[in-house]
Structures are given as structure tokens and as C-alpha cells.
Design a protein around this ligand. Sequence first.
Ligand code: CTP
Length: 214
Amino acid sequence: MRFLITAGPTREPIDPVRYLSNRSSGKMGYAIAEAAIEAGHEVVLISGPVQLPRPRAVAVVAVSTSDQMFDAVQQQARNCDLLVMCAAVADYKPVAVFTKKLKKRDAKLSLELIPTRDILSSLPKRRKYFVVGFAAETENIEANAQKKLLKKNCDVIVANDARVGMESDENEVEIFFKNGETKKISRASKKIVARELVKIFENCFEKSLTKKTR
Ligand code: CTP
């Protein structure tokens, strides 16, 4: 199978030296890329800025902003069998980027933000590849994940508690399928969780193929 995986945060520039971002380390996405390679798949990894070594045998497309990640996914998605949107894409970006460094003043400063484009929601409804979204939550994990599954038109959503998974070497996830099924992977290293996830994705993909050939 050809995996397309996004990982890490995005950075939304404010001025030449500052940006808005989040605490994503990229570890979960990189672990999935490594587990997919181990299982004999091809992997393209679209990565935001992270402090992680480039996984062996993986083609890496390095991006920084949500717009760059959006374009990279649009370009690469048509060549994949399975898209795994593990990246923590910023939800907002500054309306305008200052071309010169903002100087410090005594007065208050407000930044005007606009929503970034949602990459998952922009994918075509009819498509040949399978789409896995992630949901980072801090409360009502199940209800929020189910909402995202529908709203973002994913085939599967992997939900985690952001307080457990973010910047950590471990994770604990619950997987929600379109047919209402759910699965849990209890707390373990991201490496182990990634291996389990890859097995689940292989299964889902095979099932979707059998459905299409029927
Ligand atoms: N995502 C995306 N494009 C964005 C923001 C998020 O494709 N601009 C994807 C993420 O990669 C993830 C899924 O949407 O697979 C859910 O991301 P999450 O941050 O949990 O949800 P949000 O859509 O940002 O909603 P909220 O912040 O309200 O929970």
C-alpha cells in the first residue's frame, strides 16, 4: 500500500521572527511512518517542523505553514491508497504577516486571526483513497471524535486525549469507524500504538477494496 502521512505542527508566521504554532512533536506521525515501512508499505511523509530524525526509506516533504501542508496534501493525495492526517494543523493564522519585525511598545497589542483552510474537509467526497483523521481532544472525546468523523468526511477517526499524547513518547487512542464500530488501543509507546494502527488501517483498506469489487 502507498501511505501518505502528515505529521507535526504547522507554523503561521506573524513577522519575520515570530509565529503561531502548537505543541505537537510529530512523534505519532513519524512512528506510523516507521511502522508502515516495517510492514512493507511505501510511505510519503509530509512533515511540519519537528526535531526528529528522517525515518529510513521514507520520502519526506518538508512544509512549514498550513497553506504549504494544504498544497502538499492536494498534490500527493492522488498517488496514495491511504491518507493519515496525523498533523496538528493550526486552526488560525494572522490576517496579515508583518514584513518587518514588530517592535515592542508599552500599549496592548491585538493580533487579528482568520481560520486556516481545513485540509480534510477540502478532500473530494468521491475518492479512490482511504482517509484517516485524528482528533486531539481534552474533553468529550467520543462525542467530539464522532462529530469530526462525519463533518470532515473521514473513513476512520483516531481520537486521543491531547494531554496524554502531545509531546509524549506514549499514547492511548480510541478508533471510530464509519459503521459505528470502535476500538481501543491502551496506553503504550507510540511505536507500539503505531504498529497496531497500521494493522487496523491495512484491514480497513482491504475491506474497502472487497466492497468495491463486489
Ligand atoms: N485538520 C485539517 N486541517 C486543518 C485543521 C485540522 O485537515 N486546518 C485535521 C487534522 O490533521 C486532524 C483533524 O483535522 O486529522 C482533526 O484535527 P483537530 O485539531 O483535532 O480538530 P479541529 O478541526 O482543529 O477542531 P477543534 O480544534 O475544534 O477540536
